[in-house]
Design a protein around this ligand. Structure first.
Ligand code: F6P
Length: 536
């Protein structure tokens, strides 16, 4: 499938990105996509006209446009689970009809959004109270898609917070919930239990712990609980009244669910108007994705750049490097989005995937990462395509000099990766510092940067709620396009099941209620160690 592109990659092996710029003055604009105040620059890669044409041809052959239209039309493209994939309906603020099995789902989507808004407003205005008075703190208990999105987005939009403080608990490690609850007043805290299935062991364990904590201090703990779930029978069983439950349909995948009730903490933090602005950003990116020709389509070109680097050039990982401290959780969010979606080895047709699945995604905000792992990115033996991301302006005018430094560092890194430093330049630099002969030669090779290392940069004016919505939807569609090209189902996640089953078996083994006999030697030894510690 990638033969033609691989041949092009081979032919470009000796090609410097710097030379591509020297040969084409217009390269920066020719190899970038602009949309609504955002610029995606992929010119600092070895993608040429021929490569881009080959990549677009691949996308056309794999019928990306037809699959995209099928998704937006509500067809059951999540074939292994027999479901439509319609998180886009949650941000369809214009209420264009979206049919699932012949029924328009928009009235229900908008009714739930309106209920969320009434609830958030009442909470923010102090009309919904705890036993001790107005709610000051909200604790969201959830994991995976019921945690990473709201946590990431709530941090990202900190400058817009004017509601109660939001806290996030996800890990079954008791330290997580302990450290959050121990700082809070139960009488003025609201707990949101967020779980699509309402069965996830981590979330249900944390929810029960929170309920006990609340019950120890207030008379009607259930009144200070809210559930966000698509399993309304289970939320009732847990004791949460139906009017305190915000439901969503099974056609919203967990890692795509931030746009609906799973986004409730974000709405509480920033208010319904800014939450709508966030949704409008997502909707704008949907329209761009549906209408723009491939070469001017930001999600498509971001996806094709990823395919070029991973499937064609063979670079095993991709670093996401937001130069924005408030996007500190974005790499973790994108890890789930990309690796849970495209980390598959079987195609839709049930065959073995030919070639690599989606890449390993990792990252940290800049500039922190520069003082940690960028060493390997610049001088290590593996090439790591980097995806930089930065806002031209920050939210703190009084700290504009900080932001200037932040942007300068971001631009400097992509420049350094591309340009590098030759042996000759290294020698000159060391000579200027006064070293000569052997001492100079011993140092010089260590100071060489190979350069020619690819990166993309997404730059935008400022991280507003709308901009964040555009960025998240951009990445969602990028993952979709990559999945279509691979021919896999990006919307199931069977790979998380086995560990869950085995953890269920191991818990009674750790307490001694069940025998470890059937387990392998390593697991038996680890169990024995744990039991030994427990017995002191
Ligand atoms: O274990 C993986 C997973 O199913 C994710 O796909 C999901 O986002 C997460 O667990 C949480 O699931 P739930 O919202 O049902 O608790």
């Amino acid at each position: 499938m990638y033969d033609r592109l691989k041949a092009l990659a081979e032919a470009l092996n000796a090609q410097d990105i710097v030379t591509l710029f020297a040969q084409d003055e217009g390269r920066a604009s020719a190899f970038s996509v602009r949309h609504d105040g955002m610029l995606l620059d992929y010119s600092k890669t070895r993608i040429t006209d021929a490569v881009r044409a080959g990549l677009i041809d691949l996308a056309e052959t794999r019928q990306v446009a037809a699959r995209r239209d099928a998704m937006f039309a509500g067809q059951a493209i999540n074939e292994t689970e027999g479901r439509a994939v319609l998180h886009t309906a949650l941000r369809n603020l214009e209420a264009r009809p979206v049919l699932v099995e012949g029924r328009d789902v928009m009235p229900e989507v908008l009714e739930t959004l309106a209920r969320m808004e009434r609830f958030a407003e009442d909470l923010r205005a102090g009309r919904i109270k705890g036993q001790g008075g107005a709610i000051t703190d909200v604790v969201n208990i959830g994991i995976g898609g019921s945690h990473l999105g709201p946590d990431m987005a709530t941090r990202a939009l900190a400058p817009y917070h004017d509601g109660p403080r939001c806290h996030f608990v996800s890990n079954v490690d008791g330290a997580d919930i302990h450290d959050v609850l121990s700082r809070l007043d139960p009488g003025r805290t609201l707990v949101i239990v967020a779980s699509k299935t309402f069965t996830t062991i981590e979330t249900m364990t944390n929810a029960r712990t929170a309920r006990d904590w609340m019950a120890g201090a207030v008379d009607a703990p259930a009144e200070q609980f809210v559930a966000v779930s698509s399993a309304l029978d289970r939320t009732a069983e847990f004791g949460i009244a139906p009017e305190r439950v915000f439901g969503f349909a099974d056609w919203v995948g967990g890692r795509y669910s931030l746009w609906g009730p799973i986004g409730l903490p974000l709405m509480i933090a920033v208010g319904p108007a800014d939450f709508r602005a966030f949704l409008s950003g997502g909707a704008d990116m949907d329209a761009h994705f549906c209408k723009s020709p491939m070469s001017e389509n930001m999600p498509v070109m971001l996806a094709l750049t990823g395919v070029w680097h991973h499937q064609v050039c063979g670079y095993p990982t991709r670093a996401v490097l937001p130069y924005d401290q408030r996007l500190a959780r974005l790499p973790a969010y994108l890890q789930q989005l990309e690796m849970e979606s495209n980390g598959k080895r079987v195609t839709m047709a049930g065959d073995d995937l030919q070639g690599p699945c989606g890449p390993i995604v990792w990252g940290e905000p800049g500039t922190n990462g520069q003082h940690a792992f960028y060493q390997l990115i610049h001088q290590g033996t593996q090439v790591v395509p980097c995806e930089f991301m930065v806002a031209a302006t920050g939210h703190e005018p009084e700290l504009a000099h900080h932001h200037r430094l932040l942007v300068a560092n971001c631009l400097a890194q992509s420049e350094a990766l591309m340009v590098g430093r030759s042996l000759e330049q290294a020698r000159e630099m060391i000579a200027a510092a006064g070293l000569t002969d052997d001492a100079l030669e011993r140092q010089a090779r260590h100071r060489v940067f190979p350069g020619n290392r690819p990166s993309t940069t997404l730059i935008y004016d400022r991280l507003t709620p709308r901009r964040l919505g555009q960025i998240i939807a951009l990445y969602e569609h990028r993952v979709f396009v990559e999945g279509v090209i691979l021919g896999i189902n990006s919307f199931d996640q069977w790979g998380v099941e086995l560990g869950k089953v085995l953890a269920g078996e191991l818990e009674p083994i750790l307490t001694g209620e069940a025998s470890a006999e059937e387990k392998d030697g390593s697991t038996r030894a680890l169990v024995a160690f744990v039991r030994g510690c427990a017995e002191g």
